[in-house]
Design a protein around this ligand. Sequence first.
Ligand code: S3P
Length: 430
Amino acid sequence: MSQKVLAFEKKTLTGNITVPGDKSISHRAVMFGSLAEGTTKITNFLAGEDCLSTIEAFQSMGVFIQREENTVLIESEGVNGLEEPVQPIDLGNSGTTARLLIGILAGLPYHFTLYGDDSLSKRPMDRIANPLREMGAKIDGRENGRLLPIAVRGGHLSPIDFKPPIKSAQIKSGVLLAGLLTDGVTTVEEKTKTRDHTENMLQAFGADIDVEGTTVKITGNKKLTGCDIEVPGDISSAAFFLVAAAITKGSHITIENVGLNPTRTGIIDVLKMMNVSIKVVAKRTIGGESIGDITVQASQPKATVIEGDIIPRIIDEIPVIALLATQATGQTVIKDAEELRFKETDRIESVVNTLSKLGATITGTKDGMIIEGNTQLHGGVTESYGDHRIGMMIAVASLLTDEKVELHDDECIAISYPTFFEDLHYLISN
Ligand code: S3P
């Protein structure tokens, strides 16, 4: 396992950058391009490890996929051209590949075996397996079919009207993708809208999909046709530098061409709620996804209460929001975020342990955390626990102290942001 000593002399971030392509959109572009007939070209693809797992999964089903840096070319004969893979499919660390792929495989008349790394093997799969079983898929795995490795025998499904008990775009998407391969109308009715990239992109590929408020209906077995997808910058990656600039004296940065889909922009709302000086300029919309520039200036953040419907819109940003809260005036409370316990790590535990080690006063609760503000952080020995977002939170935290921060197991940052340290160095070198 590699490690890094983080001791940056200059801690002010200035300049303009772009961040790598959106992880959620990159996964979906490969999946839908593989299900579509013809050619799909993806530009600004996130060549992070999770999305590479998705590419390999479809290659193992016989789809021609060629990648050169951040451009991916897919030539597919469509759903009927997919083959039964000879070997088990390795999902690596990727929860999105797992949940969405299981939905697709449920609709294919073959047998599949799926496995992942230690972290993914602990993450619940019953949340997607249960509705798919209701549709008629045969899914079994460890702990009564709850955990990977999982075997799927798909085909011949019946549509369902599904009301997800958990706020999760992965579950919504997995069921919609099974619905895409099923005769009739499959409905997913959410309590709170989660990220809607599946709905937007399936429309671009020609699916028969209808969105009304928080209800999505898909009519199955409509042919998808390949198309070009330009992936916006990932706002979840941008979030680390937006917070870094907000909490380091003299900073002023712009992140260009970031995805501004409203189901993802909770971080902008939180920064505004916390009194951070932020400006957003929307520039264009491609395939239903808005893209623009975000500028943040160093500010004195103030504490707030974060709860309710905003949580799915900031679910991946909460670790770095917790760090921001350590610098705010007052006490910040985060509630309704029990889903954090089912991420790459239990992110309530890993955030609380890590920030405490660096001097924060932070307490975990059943569904969130309570963070005292105005804290002087200090150095220490930390680890990412194999969680990319914890690794990047630690790197940003290290900007708040003159002491050394050791970060063990930093490689996992490549899962979503392979060029994170290059971009950080660029912003502090200006
Ligand atoms: C994702 C949905 C979210 C998010 C994950 C990506 C997606 O997970 O945390 O990083 O691409 O659909 P949940 O659906 O489990 O909330």
